[in-house]
Design a protein around this ligand. Structure first.
Ligand code: DLL
Length: 427
């Protein structure tokens, strides 16, 4: 493929040179710091406490002087204490409840919705979608940003949108067949559910070519399973409520990292303990600044996601934004069992290396009077034994978790994001 074979929604923005990107980020950062300080005392107070004078702020070179924002700030600011615009300018909002149940609210102005739609449209076009393609959107429509983000973007890209939302898989398959869905968007585990129901029905989706999946840990093994299971190209899309929704970046058809739309977002990777920036290539916590949003720009938002910067070189597709590795999980998901620190994504990766192991599994951490044990339950095809699983996991973890193999379709499923890790305390 030469760069001329790659398609762009906004070629100029997607291919700015490194010098142009740096100059643009510098200008936008100064402006967003000034704007947030002038419009909301919450931001002004934070800058003052950090010793930053917004009127004289030095831009990109002084980025590390700016204070971090966190999920806690959003929760304490519920419902709209962090908003930087007049209430009359807000036209939509999305919300996530997260693990503590306290809501995180993201308001949008018209301008914000246009930016969001543009970012998502870039993702669709980067994946190869063209005007008129049928795009089936299966993330939930509602307060979750997934459904509407995909919808706004699909409209901007001129796609024929099927706004299905979550659930009713048999009907989703029927629609995909009857309308010729070429682009499918889903939460990762839902694409697995679609594969399962297709297998049960001995059916296929002949028009389907592009799968855009995310919202959950997405190991390379899982990508491979879905790619071969559905016979499609699989893309890893990233984003979250606090950054203004899904689509701050995605990988291109070369699949060499998540391309961040750096004309709108600054991405840093920090050491979660010290808060200091880490060199490219090192794993740490992803921190994001949204440069252009009006209603609620985030300044150095600590995502809690573990990742690393793969490259700032121009990609073979011609895009210039920095590339992030696949997100390896949430930092607070790290488990310590038998003295071994690991992430659930490592277990997923190890399990799916075994042929015949299905992408449905659950991990249970049993706490027996302070001693923690891991139990892994996984669905498998005939012929795969518990011993094979144990052996594989011992190689990766250094200890053998307890566990059982189960027949396909027998482990419980959830709608929306899959819950893979459970905790049990034994008295
Ligand atoms: O999950 C947005 C989204 C919807 C992304 C659909 C992709 C597809 P939240 O509910 O706010 O928003 O959750 C954001 O999900 O901090 C990550 O921990 C995780 N996440 C999102 N995308 C990925 C991904 C949506 N591609 C949180 N890989 C983030 C791994 C992801 N984790």
């Amino acid at each position: 493929m030469s760069t001329t074979d790659f398609r762009f929604f906004d070629r100029t923005a997607e291919t700015l040179s490194r010098t142009e990107l740096t100059a643009l980020q510098d200008r936008l950062l100064k402006s967003v710091v000034r704007r947030t300080a002038l419009s909301n005392s919450w931001f002004a107070d934070r800058y003052r406490e950090a010793g930053v004078n917004p009127a004289k702020f030095g831009g990109l070179d002084s980025l590390e002087k700016l204070p971090f924002m966190s999920k806690k700030d959003f929760r304490e600011g519920y419902p709209l204490a962090l908003s930087c615009v007049d209430r009359k300018s807000i036209v939509e909002m999305h919300m996530s409840s997260g693990s503590t149940g306290t809501p995180v609210v993201m308001p949008y102005t018209e301008h914000d919705l246009a930016l969001w739609a543009g970012c998502m449209a870039r993702c669709y076009v980067m994946a190869g979608a063209v005007r008129g393609d049928v795009c089936q959107i299966t993330p939930g429509f509602g307060l979750f940003n997934g459904g509407f983000g995909c919808y706004h973007g699909a409209r901007a890209a001129g796609l024929f949108t099927l706004p299905c939302g979550a659930g009713n898989t048999a009907r989703q398959i029927r629609l995909a067949q009857d309308f010729g869905t070429r682009v499918l968007v889903a939460v990762v585990s839902y694409s697995v559910r679609i594969m399962e129901v297709l297998a049960e029905q001995k059916a296929t989706l002949p028009s389907l070519e592009i799968g855009i999946f995310g919202a959950e840990v997405f190991s390379d093994q899982m990508k491979q399973r879905i790619r071969s299971g559905l016979g499609i190209d699989v893309f890893d899309i990233y984003g979250m409520t606090e950054t203004g929704g899904i689509g701050i970046g995605m990988d291109c058809p070369l699949h060499n990292g998540i391309h961040i739309w750096e004309d709108q977002y600054i991405v840093e990777v920090i050491d979660p303990e010290t808060g200091k920036n880490l060199p490219d290539g090192q794993f740490g916590e992803i921190v994001i600044t949204s440069l252009c949003r009006e209603a609620l720009p985030v300044i150095r938002f600590r995502t809690g996601d573990r990742g690393r910067i793969l490259s700032r070189e121009v990609c073979g597709c011609g895009r210039t934004g920095l590339r992030l590795d696949t997100i390896s999980g949430r930092l607070d998901d790290m488990l310590i069992i038998s003295g071994v620190n690991f992430f659930p994504s490592q277990v997923e990766q190890a399990l799916l290396k075994i042929p015949g192991v299905l992408p449905n599994y659950r991990m249970t951490i049993e706490d027996n009077h302070g001693i923690k044990h891991l139990r892994v339950d996984v669905e498998v095809e005939e012929g795969v034994t518990g011993y094979m699983i144990e052996k594989q996991l011992k190689e990766v973890l250094g200890f053998s978790p307890a566990g059982d193999v189960h027949k396909p379709g027998t482990l419980p499923r959830q709608e929306g994001k899959a819950k893979r890790v459970f905790f049990e305390t034994k008295d």
